[in-house]
Design a protein around this ligand. Structure first.
Ligand SMILES: C[C@](O)(CO)[C@H](O)COP(=O)(O)OP(=O)(O)OC[C@H]1O[C@@H](n2ccc(N)nc2=O)[C@H](O)[C@@H]1O
Ligand SMILES: Nc1ncnc2c1ncn2[C@@H]1O[C@H](COP(=O)(O)OP(=O)(O)OP(=O)(O)O)[C@@H](O)[C@H]1O
Length: 284
């Protein structure tokens, strides 16, 4: 039997860091939501007790470094499953982009294997397993729109953003999340974006207030390391996007756009100097 799972990309409408913790992670407050750009996973049981990963792209690891592999190994060990699985990753989400591609693949693997092997694991338990794999994985297990606290694993679901277009542009650089957090001086952050204002904007369905409330304290670090990300932000604003922000630790920049008629100018303008541009919808 073959089963399929979609693994959508996430964007951070807001990312605030409260402090550095003793365990090396940072205490965060984020508002995350999913967009309609997704990897597609195909899973099939194997007679042998083994995990095999394949993908149509050649630039991701297919061994135990792959987060889908780690998710399958974790669920097998924890629930004592002696069966094997073949997982094909049809990658559509750009890699190392700040869009949680690997985390979403891990989450989709947990959901999929729970179904494939009839394990009856609750969604909350899947989130706990996900937290062992990465800070973004619990959110990717549940999806929706949520405030994430702790190191990202404590979730509170809130109202979805008002429907709009999302233009994603990824410059051709690789950004390490650990490196960006490592260079952040959490105690020197002077401007914290307001979770309360953004939550309120979403509850009222106000597109304008959502755009005005966007904020990500990791931008300061990534923009200093990679000036091309700042250039990309400025271009998106100049081309007419209503709200613009870097997602996660970057380097992807997203632009929120309410009017479809604005899209060709933004898309074509960005494509002039950035190869990876996607126009998608919020996943609500
Ligand atoms: C930047 C975001 O993607 C925003 O959603 C997340 O905060 C990071 O999520 P992630 O990539 O799943 O992160 P993890 O794989 O758990 O951690 C990667 C590295 O980022 C740093 N890290 C991550 C999360 C966090 N709250 N504090 C941190 O300092 C740690 O150095 C860690 O070693
Ligand atoms: N299934 C996977 N898909 C993509 N990359 C993966 C996967 N598994 C492991 N990786 C590795 O993880 C690294 C980060 O990739 P990923 O696309 O998850 O980053 P990201 O979008 O920046 O994540 P986040 O937003 O959670 O920080 C890549 O360099 C890649 O080698």
């Amino acid at each position: 039997m073959k089963i399929y799972e979609k693994a959508p990309a996430k964007i951070n409408l807001l990312l605030d860091v409260l402090r550095k913790r003793n365990d090396g992670y940072h205490e965060v407050e984020m508002i995350m939501t999913m967009v309609d750009l997704a990897d597609r996973l195909e899973m099939e049981e194997l007679p042998r007790d083994t995990i095999i990963i394949s993908s149509q792209v050649g630039y991701i690891p297919l061994d135990e470094k792959n987060l889908a592999f780690q998710a399958a190994r974790l669920i097998k060990e924890r629930y004592n499953v002696r069966k094997g699985v073949y997982i094909h990753l049809d990658k559509k989400i750009p890699v190392a982009a700040g869009l949680a591609g690997g985390s979403s693949d891990a989450a989709a693997t947990l959901r999929g294997l729970n179904r494939l092997w009839g394990l009856g694991i609750s969604e909350d338990e899947l989130c706990d397993l996900g937290a062992e794999l990465g800070s973004d994985v619990p959110f990717c297990v549940k999806g929706g729109t949520a405030i994430a606290r702790g190191r990202g694993e404590k979730l509170e679901h809130i109202a979805h953003p008002p429907q709009c277009w999302v233009v994603l542009a990824k410059p051709p650089i690789n950004v390490s999340t650990a490196d960006v957090y490592g260079k952040l001086r959490a105690n020197e952050i002077t401007q914290h974006p307001s979770i309360a204002n953004m939550r309120d904007a979403l509850e009222r369905g106000s597109f304008q207030d959502m755009c005005d409330g966007l904020g990500n304290v990791l931008e300061n670090v990534t923009l200093e390391l990679y000036p091309e990300v700042l250039q990309l932000k400025e271009s998106m604003i100049r081309l007419g996007a209503d709200g613009v922000l870097m997602s996660g630790s970057g380097p992807t920049v997203f632009g929120l756009v309410s009017k479809e008629a604005k899209l060709p100018r933004i898309y074509n303008g960005l494509r002039g100097f950035c190869k990876e541009v996607y126009v998608v919808r919020m996943l609500t």
